[in-house]
Design a protein around this ligand. Structure first.
Ligand SMILES: NC(=O)C1=CN([C@@H]2O[C@H](COP(=O)(O)OP(=O)(O)OC[C@H]3O[C@@H](n4cnc5c(N)ncnc54)[C@H](OP(=O)(O)O)[C@@H]3O)[C@@H](O)[C@H]2O)C=CC1
Ligand SMILES: N[C@@H](CC=O)C(=O)O
Length: 810
């Protein structure tokens, strides 16, 4: 007869299996608590309307509390009659007390009578060395007791000895045979099934090994085609690390199927590799829940491979095992045989490298030899740390923060796959180092919320480059565009990064307060990216800081505000541990401030910075030969995206003056714009007027530039016009000026490409030969690219910041 021919009393995708372990059934009050959970399950309004506890609810139980330990101790007494008698008497007392505290009346009498019979037969089983039959007493009592307690609570329930149906041959489940037996045994009511024990094909008892009850639950789940299997234990989540040792371990309520398998292989105590095996290729859902906090959601094992969960486990006294010609055997098989973690580090045609506890290494070699597999183990015992990576970090290269941490910890060996990294150390890591590694490996990497101000020349290019940057964020914080606004409009929570015109189609008119309120509601980290030329917006930075924003500014107004206002912003930021990056305010994408910061951090002292700091003026003065009017060239520079929104900011020299102030402040000087001497290119009368007025009078300016050119050309040797900045730091203070100069063609400042900036940095270490940074100092792509570089730097800094108190035990 085939199983298909039978009418199954269970309905596919309706049944639930709930497994309660020894801790959940430690004493009478725990039995009562479990009965209450079961009652709740069968009355739960969320269940399908046709869900019938009689047919659809299966329970799997372990032995109560420490009963299995007591039975194991009893087995040690084989041959010692008196000691066996004493131990059985103690067991009788404990279990009788449990039954009497759990049940009353005739149900109590029934269970006590059954228990007395089992205990009476126990010494003979011990003497006969029938280990599995001895151990089975614990699960049998749990199943009987819980079924009667459920009856006492008004539910229809009975118990079922799994040795009557669950047939296991070696490590193989005989599915068909087990199902047929089960079909013939099923009675009405909730079935309380013994976990951990089974029968061999000849009908003898056997046990399913460590954590066998979880395995029983998933086997049963598969046999009855359950929709869900719930493992009720003492935790309601799977933690990123052992919470008893890692104060910062975080709970996960969803773990992918694949990660659960890898975790099990690493010996995680919550789920075991064999527990998961029956779920393979099935629709069954697995849920880990706490019987101590039954209303909490628990942890769901989901098929979804994009899970964010990440785990760090350490393994003591591990050795390497080299294995050749596997003949079909694998690490999983060996782990099951040894009941110990066996981790695959390398797998190739040349050979395999496994990691396993040193205490079972000889046994492993012997077991493999019995199957004609040659293996040798190393004698060095390592302390191993394994990192199970979250889906977004599943790549061979390590994220920067993890790599930096490992550089400090110096593992002896590293093994990497996409999903797993294993580091072997010669000595055990200190609690603090382990906590630090756990932190970097498992710290959440929430998206950085971007609030972009300015949709002009630089802003539109920044948004165009954003999708590419988002794709490169693997292993780091993702980037989420949360708001975009300009001087008139705002778009909150854009559906996705889109072309600017369609993005702005979703815009509403700008309302500052609504915008700030929305930003305050965003989760951290968040950053205001100021791509405007607005002083008003710069003066509003304190409001954005109050809303939790880091700041990245290409806008030079903020970094050149009067000293008290500027320092106030710095203070507010540091109070909130927020960053302000403004590397594009000088030299656009050139790493000028970065270089200065690194020199100073390394101990150098910068004495002087001079050179060409305006891309626009560099471009204009390189190309200006008198044939095209200077103002016409200016329009071309504007169209190329080099100029300030009002190009007179460039012509007046104010833009270079601001840049000198930024550099001076970067070097720790307390300075204001007025402290920097300025010789403008543009006469003041034209600089102050409206753009239209200036344009009307441009001939006057063009004539002035023509005059400068003629004077330069009239000199003995050919000369070039250059607009330069000079900042000198002496013991007496700072001297800074911005001016037009005439340089010979041999001068390094003459030999530049149009738009180039040149920063000549003289320091204690760069005295005779200064450090020179040279390249395009303006333009929409280099500037927007520089803003993305600031964003990447912010992301790195967020990852590398270590919380002060990492470890409970530290
Ligand atoms: N071009 C370059 O090579 C470099 C430029 N920068 C700096 O980048 C910034 C932007 O330059 P660029 O893109 O050329 O300028 P644009 O004039 O092209 O764009 C400026 C944008 O800022 C918006 N804006 C102005 N005021 C406000 C405000 N108060 N609140 C919100 N938005 C505002 C404007 O809004 P609206 O659209 O409504 O007018 C516009 O969208 C400037 O500060 C410039 O100094 C820095 C380094 C190099
Ligand atoms: N207008 C500026 C842009 C960069 O800061 C320049 O030309 O340098």
């Amino acid at each position: 007869m085939t199983t298909q021919a039978l009418t199954k009393p269970w309905r596919s995708n309706r049944s639930q299996v709930h497994k309660f372990g020894g801790t959940s059934l430690a004493n009478a009050s725990r039995f009562q608590a479990v009965a209450a959970i079961v009652k709740q399950i069968v009355t739960d309004s969320m269940l399908p309307h046709d869900w019938q506890p009689d047919r659809d609810c299966w329970l799997v139980v372990s032995a109560p509390g420490k009963t299995t330990d007591q039975l194991c101790a009893l087995l040690e007494l084989t041959g010692q009659d008196a000691a066996i008698e004493l131990a059985v008497a103690k067991l009788r007392d404990d279990l009788t007390e449990l039954v009497c505290q759990t049940l009353s009346g005739s149900l109590q009498a029934e269970v006590l009578a059954e228990l007395a019979l089992w205990l009476a037969g126990l010494p003979a089983l011990v003497q006969a060395g029938q280990t599995a039959d001895v151990l089975a007493l614990g699960e049998s009592l749990s199943a009987l007791l819980l079924s009667r307690l459920l009856r006492q609570s008004g539910l229809s329930a009975d118990w079922l000895d799994s040795r009557k149906f669950l047939t296991v041959d070696g490590q193989q489940i005989r599915w068909d045979e087990s199902e047929q037996y089960l079909l013939s045994l099923r009675t009405a009511g909730i079935q309380v099934v013994t976990g951990f024990i089974a029968r061999d094909p000849a009908g003898h008892s056997l046990t399913l090994g460590r954590n066998g009850s979880d395995y029983s639950a998933t086997i049963l789940g598969r046999l009855v085609q359950a929709e869900q299997v719930h493992i009720w234990t003492d935790v309601d989540a799977i933690y990123s690390g052992d919470p008893r040792r890692l104060a910062a371990a975080h709970p996960y309520h969803q773990v992918s199927w694949r990660q659960a398998c890898l975790l099990a292989e690493l010996g995680n105590p919550v789920l075991h590799a064999r527990t998961l095996a029956p779920l393979y290729n099935s629709q069954m859902q697995l849920q880990v829940r706490s019987s101590f906090e039954p209303t909490r959601q628990g942890c769901q094992i989901v098929p979804n491979a994009s899970c964010q969960a990440s785990f760090v486990t350490d393994l003591q006294q591990m050795v390497l095992l080299s294995v050749h010609d596997l003949h079909g055997f694998d690490a999983h098989w060996l782990a099951t045989e040894l009941q110990q973690p066996v981790v695959t580090l390398q797998q190739s045609e040349q050979g395999n490298l496994w990691l396993l506890p040193s205490k079972v290494a000889d046994r492993a070699v012997q077991l493999l030899a019995e199957h004609e597999v040659h293996a040798v183990h190393d004698t060095t015992a390592y302390y191993a740390v394994a990192w199970l990576k979250p889906a977004p970090v599943q790549q061979e290269a390590l994220p920067a923060d993890v790599a930096a941490c490992l550089q400090r910890l110096q593992p002896a060996h590293t093994y990497q796959s996409k999903e797993l990294a294993v580091w072997l150390f010669e000595q055990e890591l200190s609690a603090v180092s382990f906590a630090e590694l756990h932190h970097y490996c498992t710290q959440p990497r929430p998206d950085i919320q971007l609030i972009v101000a300015g949709t002009g020349n630089v802003g539109s290019e920044f948004l165009r480059l954003l999708p590419g940057h988002q794709q490169r964020c693997e292993g780091s914080h993702g980037l989420q565009l949360a708001a975009v606004f300009n001087s008139r409009q705002m778009v909150l929570k854009p559906a996705a990064v889109q072309e600017l015109p369609s993005l702005l189609q979703q815009a509403v008119s700008l309302q500052q307060q609504a915008l700030l309120a929305e930003i305050a509601r965003l989760p951290a980290p968040k950053v205001l990216i100021d791509l405007t030329p607005s002083q008003a917006l710069a003066e509003q930075y304190p409001d954005f800081i109050a809303a939790g924003c880091h700041i990245i500014s290409a806008n030079k107004q903020g970094v050149t505000l009067p000293e008290p206002q500027y320092q106030r912003i710095r203070t507010l930021l540091s109070e909130q541990k927020l960053q302000w990056l403004s590397n594009t305010t000088v030299g656009a994408g050139l790493p000028v401030q970065r270089a200065l910061n690194e020199l100073q951090a390394a101990g150098d002292t910068v004495r002087r910075i001079s050179g060409i700091f305006s891309g626009t003026l560099s471009w204009l003065l390189c190309l200006y030969d008198g044939r095209t009017a200077f103002s016409d060239l200016l329009l071309q520079a504007k169209a190329l995206g080099y100029t300030e929104p009002d190009p007179r900011e460039d012509l007046s020299g104010r833009d270079v003056q601001r840049k000198l102030l930024v550099l001076a402040r970067e070097l720790g000087c307390s300075l204001d714009l007025a402290d920097i001497r300025l010789e403008p290119l543009l006469p003041e009368a034209l600089a102050g007027a409206s753009w239209d007025d200036f344009w009307q009078q441009r001939a006057e300016f063009d004539a002035l530039m023509q005059q400068h050119l003629v004077q330069a050309s009239a000199q003995a040797s050919p000369k070039q016009l250059r607009y330069v900045g000079e900042l000198t730091l002496t013991d007496d203070g700072v001297d800074a000026c911005v001016r037009l100069v005439v340089v010979p063609e041999t001068d390094p400042l003459a030999a530049i490409q149009p738009c180039d900036n040149v920063f000549v940095i003289e320091s204690d270490w760069y005295q005779q030969l200064p450090l020179v940074i040279k390249g395009p100092g303006a333009g929409r792509t280099v500037t927007a690219g520089g803003v993305h570089a600031d964003l990447a730097q912010l992301s790195r800094q967020l990852l590398l910041s270590t919380p002060a108190n990492l470890s409970r035990s530290s």
